[in-house]
Design a protein around this ligand. Structure first.
Ligand SMILES: Cc1ncc(COP(=O)(O)O)c(C=O)c1O
Length: 414
């Protein structure tokens, strides 16, 4: 058997990083972490820590329902499973995202359709989504990537007009705001991640939030009660092929304590990422992520910039390696985020018309590849991200980032 170089996650993925810029690990932990964990143990596992976390997070978001899960991948899996959808139905999904965004809907045999991003941005818009709506489209899944929030009001209006559920993936923009409203409250339902490197970093964990009572109930029924219904005189009847994807009590304890310290941390992140953005914008040939006017709080755990390919002799890969060697730890390309090109199994299934790409249930022939989303492809070809940006940055670290990038830029100018 060949030994694979398996992907690493959480603190393990950051193990080899060093240097004089702050690293996310060890994470800053909320003062009440141990108190809440002890409560779980002292109660003999009877205390409802998950319920407490869910109520606190729902209150913080200003929504009616929060459903704690083992992660965002799980949250998106069970919330899409809870929608009124059949195999072969389509969900329009941002093309630049993490695999966790699409994994669940693929497991449900729904078909992802990737519209392009707006030029020069990693974000989809109502304009790029609209031409992809078919008779089989049931939902739009908008991802707020690297803290950049999609222009959600037009997307919501489009969803409403065409009878589509609007879902937000808020893993990379937790507590960011859009026109005075929190990311995650801008569609019908949203999913969050509390994985250890995320803004609200717990051990693992995630949740779904919504104001829709019926959808919240269905998410719990399908996603957590395994589709099991109690029938008098019999016991459980499994009315649906469900899941048991619940948040654990210990995860809830840590996440609740982390929630108590999140607002000042995010306010600090916002200040630091704006400072870095301004400094990078001053370097010829460097294009920081633009901050749309509708965003007040810019919350991210991954930072990045693009290089103008005409300004430098080297490509983005070489540029990324040089900034990483010069101390910008975690710097690399984000090419693997181009979902239409990053999932060979999906391309293969679609090409060979393997279920659900067979007809029926699919209604037409699908093709996946970088050519389907030229703006997204172009964006990621020149985009360099670093995953070690965190709330520990101070202004001197922002200076250091800009110095590193400026020095590499100067060494490679045409
Ligand atoms: C945009 C996005 N969606 C989904 C996920 C998956 O989250 P989780 O690891 O909590 O399942 C991630 C993780 O990095 C992400 O960045």
């Amino acid at each position: 058997m060949s030994i694979r170089n398996r992907a690493k996650y959480g603190a393990e993925a950051f193990g080899e990083f060093a240097g004089n810029l702050p690293q996310p690990f060890p994470r800053t932990m909320g003062a009440n972490c141990l108190t809440y964990l002890k409560e779980v143990v002292a109660s003999g596992l009877q205390c409802d820590m998950v319920g407490r976390f869910e109520a606190a997070f729902a209150k913080e978001m200003g929504v009616k329902h929060c459903i704690g899960t083992p992660g965002c991948t799980a949250a998106l899996n069970i919330l899409t499973a809870a929608l009124d959808m059949q195999p072969g139905d389509e969900i329009i999904v941002s093309p630049i995202t993490d695999y966790g965004t699409v994994m669940g809907l693929l497991k449900e045999n729904f078909i992802p359709v990737f519209p392009d991003t707006e030029p020069g941005t990693p974000l989809i818009s109502a304009r790029t989504i609209a031409p992809h709506i078919s008779t089989r489209t049931r939902a739009i899944l908008a991802v707020h990537i690297t803290g950049s929030i999609c222009d959600m009001d037009p997307i919501r209006a489009l969803g409403k007009k065409r009878g589509l559920t609007v879902i937000e993936d808020v893993c990379q923009a937790a507590f960011g705001t859009y026109k005075g409203r929190l990311a995650g409250t801008l569609g019908d339902v949203a999913a969050f991640s509390f994985d250890s490197e995320k803004t609200l970093g717990s051990d693992v964990g995630g949740c779904a939030i919504t104001n829709d009572d019926a959808l919240a109930e269905q998410i719990r029924f399908i996603g957590q009660s395994r589709g099991g219904q109690m029938v008098k005189g019999l016991g459980r009847v499994h009315a649906a092929n469900g899941y048991a994807l619940r948040m654990t009590q210990s995860t809830a304890a840590i996440t609740l304590a982390q929630l108590e310290i999140i607002r000042p941390a995010v306010a600090h992140i916002d200040r630091m990422i704006r400072l870095i953005t301004d400094k990078l914008a001053d370097i010829p040939g460097i294009i920081p992520l633009s901050i749309p006017d509708y965003m007040e709080v810019y919350s991210c755990w991954m930072a990045g910039f693009r290089i103008d390919p005409h300004a430098f002799q080297c490509d983005a890969e070489s540029f990324a390696r040089q900034v990483a060697d010069a101390g910008l730890t975690g710097a690399g390309l984000g090419k693997y985020y181009l979902m239409p090109a990053a999932l060979p199994f999906l391309t293969d299934k679609a090409e060979k018309r393997i279920f659900p790409f067979s007809k029926p249930p699919a209604s037409y022939t699908y093709h996946y590849g970088a050519d389907t989303c030229p703006n997204a492809h172009n964006f990621l070809t020149h985009f360099i991200r670093w995953t070690t940006f965190c709330e520990k940055y101070q202004p001197e670290h922002c200076d250091r980032v800009a110095q590193i990038v400026a020095a590499v830029a100067d060494q490679n100018r045409v």
